[in-house]
Design a protein around this ligand. Sequence first.
Ligand code: THU
Length: 128
Amino acid sequence: MDPLVEAALKARENARAAYSGFRVGAAVEDAAGRVFTGCNVENATYGLTICAERVALYKAISEGAREFRRVAVAADADTLTPPCGSCRQILWEFCGDVELILVNLKGETESLRLRDLFPRPFDASFLR
Ligand code: THU
């Protein structure tokens, strides 16, 4: 199995999903091949919950990573689960049209580009 996919599945095991019971893992690969992982971390307020994708990406950024090649997302389902809208916006901001790999609990994967999920993004280009 692709090591990035494996890393996302493993990160899912650390999820703190006491309210939804829906565990998600993500793994981000930077241009140097470094891998950063994250899981969803829920909060009793619900609204302060942070998704696995953002945890992984913010960990990467805080470690100095700046260019990203691929993002793998492993959700608690037999269906292939795409990133939520907030994560699509954040991924676009820092990764652009990155390759996304979705994986389910059966180990099935689907590869797509962020642009396909997020066709007309608002970004810094509109602020100039
Ligand atoms: N979740 C993620 O971690 N990533 C997504 O892209 C979709 C949703 C988490 C947030 C929450 O903890 C749980 O899944 C249910 O929405």
